[in-house]
Design a protein around this ligand. Structure first.
Ligand SMILES: [Fe+2]
Length: 356
């Protein structure tokens, strides 16, 4: 793998209060092929650093005004990757060492041996290059890991969608056999989502309720067909068998960990507000809200769809009839929201009709 370090031209800044030193260093460095800027003091050096991109710097330790030692941290703040070399007199090695602690890469003793200077600059630039390369590799690795994680998440979301879609297809196939049940789960899903929204649920919860609505009766796959399709009243034993669809449904969905809330809705959609429902005899708010909504909407859908044993009711009549169940079978708040949602739906139907 090759990670190019984009560096551009190498510009060195020579900072020394003695003009003769600045000039001779500039001359030598230009001969070596570098672009060179010079500054006579610390303030000027900082101004240049703010204005142009400097790759490396030769900095005199001992200058009037801001000293080299004070300057180093300010330089490193402006240009953290700069290759910084200190120029120092023989008797000031301590200051030079301090500068290196603060980020300088090397120091050269005055008078400067130009051959040594050439090698020191080359070496410092090399170290800077290696450092930048390391930084770029780190960044590349971070980007790569982030991209893989995003890819994996997308893949997982797709798989989750596919698994739900497969289960929905199964429910549709189950309902298609029975003309009275056809479309039941899809209708329950849409109206339940409206009720959840009416109750102020966040978007994620609304979608979980919608999925719960679509899958709430999936457990009927495990119920014997002759009982499922029986036209007359069920015997107590048959009723017990039908009741199992809530536990069978939650068991079918159990491996789909992303459907955790939905599984609760499926299991509890036949619980009753007064605690006399099944399978866990939960009461009141111990029943997950999504299950309370789906349970109420399921009753509404049964009342408003023609069944062999009953005429279909109008939406308004069904909501009115369900008022009798509010506080016993149905959560009163859910009944209230259902009433508002049905009214809203009816208004939309009216608008659509008017448009036709
Ligand atoms: Fe059910």
């Amino acid at each position: 793998m090759c990670v190019p370090v984009t560096d551009g031209p190498v510009t060195l800044l020579v900072v020394d209060d003695e003009e003769s030193i600045r000039n001779s260093l500039r001359k030598f460095l230009v001969q070596q092929g570098y672009e060179v800027a010079t500054a006579a003091g610390g303030e000027e050096a900082l101004t240049i650093l703010q204005r142009q991109r400097i790759t490396g710097m030769l900095l005199d330790v001992n200058m009037p005004g801001i000293s080299g030692v004070e300057l180093v941290p300010r330089i490193m703040e402006l240009e953290p990757t700069i290759a910084l070399l200190m120029l120092t007199a023989v008797n000031d090695a301590t200051s030079a060492a301090l500068c290196m602690q603060r980020g300088a890469l090397d120091y050269l003793l005055k008078p400067i041996d130009l051959g040594h200077l050439g090698r020191a600059i080359h070496h410092a630039l090399q170290r800077r290059h290696t450092f930048l390369e390391g930084q770029q590799i780190n960044q590349w690795l971070k980007d790569e890991v982030a991209a893989r994680v995003a890819e994996r998440r997308l893949e997982q979301a797709n798989q989750e969608r596919i698994s739900v879609a497969t289960l929905e297809a199964l429910v549709n196939a189950l309902e298609a056999k029975d003309p009275y049940l056809r479309g039941h789960s899809a209708r329950v899903a849409d109206l339940s989502a409206m009720v959840a929204a009416q109750l102020g649920s966040p978007d994620e919860q609304i979608e979980a309720v919608r999925t719960g609505g679509r899958l709430h009766d999936i457990g009927k796959i495990g119920i014997r067909e002759e009982i499922l399709n029986k036209q007359g009243p069920l015997t107590p034993a048959e009723y017990e068998h039908v009741k199992q669809h809530v536990t069978v449904g939650s068991q079918i969905l159990a491996p789909l960990v992303h459907l955790k809330d939905v599984i609760g809705f499926v299991r509890s959609h036949h619980e009753r507000w007064d605690g006399t429902g099944y399978p866990d005899r939960l009461a009141g708010e111990a029943i997950p809200l999504g299950a309370r909504i789906i349970g109420a909407v399921e009753i509404y859908d049964a009342l408003t769809t023609a069944r062999p044993y009953q005429e279909r009711m109008t939406p308004e009549a069904a909501v009115e009839r369900m008022r009798e169940l509010s506080g016993t079978v149905i959560d009163p708040a859910v009944h209230h929201a259902l009433q508002a949602s049905v009214a809203q739906k009816q208004a939309l139907v009216f608008l659509d009709d008017a448009r036709v």
